[in-house]
Design a protein around this ligand. Structure first.
Ligand code: FAD
Length: 321
């Protein structure tokens, strides 16, 4: 069994930032990267709102820099997913991975994020970053003067749709029912915005691109008549919900009704010594910089927590330190 002072589960902006801080505090730190090194941000081409890059950067470059910075101070990346945890006995905590290894860690930082729900239609994945987006704050700026489609009928769809009117020439909100689920106040604002149009009882069947590889149209199906029409659009923003990756912890840590992790002001979960950061607890801000900030906070809390228990911790094998 391998022993560490700190186990970070997840390698998105929250996880890599947390690892930078704990490793730099001279604590042996292992990071389980999961299937996506760098998390969601690694899948996007242009990142213009992460401070420190006046000319913007790409998701992969940002991730590579964060990884290199954490590794520089000794964080050890393990390219496996955690499949089982045991928090029931308190510290040290036990973790198993899909590589068949068992680890013990004095403290655990959970940063496994959330996934935007996809439509699951042809073309959607192919055009992510080329017209398909799940984040208006991240990508709205790229759609200045464009015709934008928004899919969804809840608060997020309307809130983000309203935000997109700052950039787009028009915003068409496509909703599969005949009524919106969003709050009345948001509906009133959206309906009185001259740039916003609504297409009800309709689903997107396909996202189509042009010869340059960017989105040019959506195939829309009227769910009542079955009629399919092609509608020209420059962008498709999908807001049909988010799924936090919390299933692994559902019997061990307190989650809210949507599956997000409950934490206190020090980023501590319902188990002492287990901290959480980033989108696994944050259903509101969903930005790389807020996840990174969270990772920093969780790491500082973990460093303090370990410091207060230094006399109780078992020494690590010399080679693991
Ligand atoms: C297409 C796209 C474009 C975006 N563009 C921007 C942008 O321009 N600017 C911006 O600020 N934000 C952007 N975002 C949002 C930003 O990427 C997220 O807010 C941020 O990545 C959240 O970070 P996180 O560390 O909380 O989680 P995530 O990035 O979701 O990372 C989760 C990590 O957990 C790992 N993991 C999952 N399960 C396990 C497991 N069982 N064991 C081990 N590891 C596991 C995953 O492999 C991943 O490494 C974008 C998001 C998307 C999807």
């Amino acid at each position: 069994m391998k022993r560490e002072r700190v186990a970070v589960i997840g390698s998105g902006p929250a996880g890599l930032t947390a690892a930078l801080y704990t490793a730099r505090a001279q604590l042996s730190t292992v990071v389980f990267t999961g299937k996506t090194l760098g998390g969601q941000i690694s899948t996007t081409h242009e990142v213009e709102n992460f401070p420190g890059f006046p000319n913007g950067t790409t998701g992969p470059e940002l991730v590579e820099n964060m990884k290199a910075q954490a590794e520089r101070f000794g964080a050890r990346l393990v390219y496996e997913s955690v499949t089982e945890v045991d928090f029931s006995q308190g510290t040290p905590f036990t973790l198993k991975t899909d590589g068949g290894e068992v680890y013990q860690a004095d403290t655990v930082l959970i940063t496994i994020g959330a996934n935007p729900r996809e439509l699951g239609v042809p073309g959607e994945r192919q055009y992510v970053g080329r017209g398909v987006s799940y984040c208006a704050t991240c990508d709205g700026f790229f759609f200045r003067g464009k015709d934008i489609s928004v899919v969804g009928g809840g608060d997020s769809a309307l809130q983000e749709g309203l935000f997109l009117t700052k950039f787009g020439r028009s915003v068409n909100i496509i909703h599969r029912r005949d009524e919106l689920r969003a709050s009345v106040a948001l509906q009133t604002r959206a309906k009185s915005n001259p740039k916003i149009h609504f297409t009800y009882n309709t689903v997107v069947d396909q996202v189509k691109g042009d010869e340059t590889g960017v989105v040019k149209a959506v195939m829309l199906r009227d769910v009542k008549t079955g009629q399919v029409t092609e509608k020209a659009t420059d962008g498709v923003f999908v807001f049909v919900g988010y799924d936090p990756n919390s299933w692994l912890f559902k019997d061990q840590l307190a989650l809210d009704e949507s599956g997000y992790m409950k934490i206190d002001h020090h980023m501590q979960t319902s188990v002492e010594g287990v901290f959480a950061a980033g989108e696994i607890h944050d259903s509101v801000f969903r930005q790389a910089i807020t996840a990174a900030g969270d990772g920093c906070k969780a790491a500082l809390s973990a460093i303090k927590w370990l410091g207060e228990r230094e006399h109780l911790l078992q020494p690590l094998d010399a080679e693991a330190v």
